[in-house]
Design a protein around this ligand. Structure first.
Ligand code: ADP
Length: 458
């Protein structure tokens, strides 16, 4: 890593359709921003190209201004420039209005994003830019890989290398297969997930250039010491004080009883991937054990959303003041839950990396997770994973379970809740411990730099 720092800065361009906090749907948006910032902090020149959606959260774009126009695909494309979390971002706005549809996903995505990938490369070409690395993400910017290799590299867009990251293999496998074939290096977001998908038809033939690098979180964006959405700022030194103030504020805001009872928090897209049946079971089990439950989540599938709306009205009646389901997307509330909950439950059926368990730990909340993908790589059960944790130079940091049935969840959830009731000092020391673990990009950013360098040597 020393040699990396001394080499001349690399020029890296991300082409992506999500970017936190201005156009975030899930973890992909977080990663584009936080990985870019970490690599920029290492002294490299990082830029992002993003569609100019009409639904961008522009209050987080600094100095946004019009820069130039070009014509491609039968329409004028306006290029805007601004800074997001200190990162230079180019916004492409086709004047045919294809990104004026009020959402990131959900309207003709294939053709909109295909158009975007094409126009992003066209923009680089016309600007005379020749990045060392073009980094694309998931099915939505996968077309960049083959377009670059088959057209733009030949048309004079320098001799860049293409890196492709899979955040979730569940969507758009045919796009992913094409990108896997053409990219110089591919990654996915944890080591265990890379092994879990090794046999997949889109991956297997290209496994030799496929690497697992776990995601980190941006310690400035997720920081209980500076967070404006929580009542008392805290570090690991005053975690008990900070979290109890956050718990009171959370209970008050959501109309929960102001008692010192364990709170289990769930912050998730509500999809089958996230273990919906296990989430439901855990809500009831926690209530049975006199805990409180706060769920923040929304379902892209209207049937699932409707199902949870029904569940919410049943629970809000039957267990009034002890459970709250907020079936919406709410960034500020998510911060208060991370801080005010004692436990964050992530019972995913599969999970490429998962960010919620990492954010939870940054806020001193104890993760309860299913042992899959990145959850397996980042959460080490206090009873079962001592040696596995030590092999990583870590102390155990949470509770986990293997199966995908109710009794498996109970195995972890019951131990977690009992710790709160029966061993409070030890529980508090665990909160302090997880806060002191480093789940930032410090290490993974160096792994990406190494990967970028090895791509250059191809
Ligand atoms: P995925 O990308 O599969 O949705 P991740 O765990 O990688 O899952 O990332 C989820 C991110 O989205 C986290 O930053 C989490 O806090 C956030 N998030 C999920 N649901 C909500 C919600 N309803 N409101 C606010 N933030 C949410």
């Amino acid at each position: 890593s020393d040699s990396v720092a001394k080499e001349p800065p690399m020029h890296i361009v991300h082409i992506a359709v999500e970017m936190a906090p201005i156009a975030k749907v899930g973890g992909l948006g977080d990663v584009v921003t936080s990985l870019s910032r970490a690599v920029q902090d290492l002294g490299h020149n990082v830029e992002v190209i993003l569609p100019k959606y009409d639904c961008l959260n522009l209050s987080n774009v600094m100095d946004l201004h019009y820069q130039q126009s070009f014509t491609w695909g039968g329409t004028e494309i306006k290029v805007w420039f601004g800074k997001v979390e200190d990162l230079p971002v180019y916004f492409l706005e086709p004047q045919n209005g294809m990104f004026w549809v009020g959402c990131v996903y959900g309207k003709n995505d294939e053709s909109r994003f295909g158009f975007f990938c094409h126009s992003a490369l066209e923009f680089l070409l016309q600007k005379g830019s020749s990045p060392d690395i073009i980094h694309c993400h998931d099915w939505s910017s996968a077309p960049v890989a083959w377009l670059y290799k088959e057209q733009y590299a030949l048309n004079g867009l320098g001799n860049g290398r293409v890196v492709f990251t899979i955040h979730n293999l569940e969507f758009g496998a045919h796009h992913i297969g094409k990108a896997m074939a053409h990219c110089d290096k591919a990654t996915t977001v944890s080591d265990t997930y890379s092994k879990e998908v090794a046999g997949h038809g889109a991956i297997a033939p290209h496994y030799f250039k496929f690497h697992g690098i776990r995601n980190g979180i941006d310690p400035d964006i997720w920081d209980p010491y500076t967070d404006n959405f929580i009542p008392v700022h805290y570090t690991s030194e005053n975690v008990v004080e900070g979290k109890s103030a956050a718990k009171k504020a959370l209970q008050q805001m959501l109309g929960l009883q102001q008692t010192d009872t364990p709170i289990v928090g769930i912050i998730s897209r509500l999809t089958v991937q996230k273990g919906i049946h296990l989430i439901k079971h855990a809500i009831y089990r926690t209530l049975e054990r006199n805990g409180q439950v706060v769920l923040l989540g929304s379902a892209p599938d209207p049937r699932i959303q409707g199902d949870f709306t029904n569940l919410a009205s049943r629970l809000h009646g039957e267990y009034h003041g002890r459970v709250k389901l907020c079936l919406t997307y709410d960034e500020p509330l998510s911060h208060l839950i991370y801080a005010g909950a004692d436990f964050i439950l992530v019972p995913s059926i599969f999970e490429p990396c998962g960010l919620t368990q990492l954010i939870a730990m940054r806020y001193g909340s104890i993760p309860i997770v299913r042992k899959t993908g990145g959850l397996y790589d980042t959460v080490f059960d206090v009873d079962d994973d001592k040696y596995r944790a030590q092999a990583q130079g870590l102390e155990p940091n949470g509770f986990s379970f293997e199966g995908a049935d109710s009794s498996s969840v109970d195995y972890a959830l019951d131990r977690a809740i009992s710790t709160f009731y029966d061993a409070r000092d030890w529980f508090n020391s665990l909160c302090k411990r997880v806060m002191e673990q480093d789940w930032s990009w410090n290490r993974p950013a160096l792994d990406y730099m190494e990967l970028y360098h090895s791509a250059r040597k191809n």
